[in-house]
Design a protein around this ligand. Structure first.
Ligand SMILES: O=C[C@H](O)[C@H](O)[C@H](O)COP(=O)(O)O
Length: 220
């Protein structure tokens, strides 16, 4: 059973005519966008969408989903995936390097819904934290993250020689702090390093986390 698809399709059924919808990024959000696109074509669902990345923009275009931006519209609901969700519903995102725009769009929405399969649930966040940095600051940011106790790596591209370049033209440093005791403090401290644009810890809260499990869908 494809749990990501199951949960994404279920939440796509909740979208209503007239809504402005934030489209997340990643393999789970991809299914959500696909199902919204099908509903637009079959049921004439009437929405506007705000993509969080070029990936979701291109998908929305493929499905002929009408696009707007946060400079033009308030967002009613944003639906996005996550790489980890801890027991207090802090998130780790940015596995696809899209967390900066996701954070802006997801948190600006009246309702922020996270869709995951149950492999993403964890007691504490423990994956490396993706940190988007202005390229010229990358050596200094690596040193600062090191001094905060992280093992760091600049994320490399699979399809070009050298570093991955984000949708915003920046580098990603993956900073491994091990298990994170205080996500909110760490989110703030990383963002306080000069040259850091945004990191992948989302500790401001989320309205709903909907989880696909082999026994069905559960909501946290
Ligand atoms: O940068 C990417 C995003 O934060 C994704 O939402 C996150 O990586 C989850 O992706 P997936 O649904 O593919 O596991």
């Amino acid at each position: 059973m494809n749990l990501k698809k199951m949960v994404a399709y279920k939440v796509a059924e909740e979208i209503k005519d007239g809504q402005v919808v934030g489209l997340g990024t990643g393999s789970t959000a991809r299914y959500f966008i696909e199902r919204v696109g099908m509903r637009i074509q079959k049921e004439e669902l009437d929405i506007l969408a705000v993509p969080t990345s070029y990936q979701s923009l291109f998908l929305a275009r493929d499905w002929e989903i009408p696009i707007t931006s946060i400079t033009q519209h308030d967002i009613d609901v944003a639906v996005d995936g996550a790489d980890e969700v801890d027991k207090d519903l802090n998130l780790l995102k940015g596995g696809g390097a899209a967390h900066t725009k996701e954070k802006i769009i997801d948190y600006s929405a009246s309702e922020f819904i996270v869709i995951i399969d149950d492999s993403k649930l964890t007691d504490k966040l423990e994956r490396p934290v993706p940190v988007e940095v202005i390229p010229t600051s990358s050596r200094l940011v690596c040193e600062e993250l090191n001094s905060m106790g992280a093992k760091v790596k600049i994320r490399m591209s699979d399809a070009k020689d050298g570093p991955l370049i984000t949708d915003n033209g920046n580098f990603i440093i993956d900073a491994d702090f091990g298990s994170i005791d205080d996500p909110s403090k760490l989110e703030y401290e990383i963002n306080n390093i000069p040259g850091v644009l945004e990191n992948g810890i989302f500790s401001r809260g989320v309205d709903r986390v909907i989880v696909g499990t082999k026994d069905g869908i559960m909501e946290l």
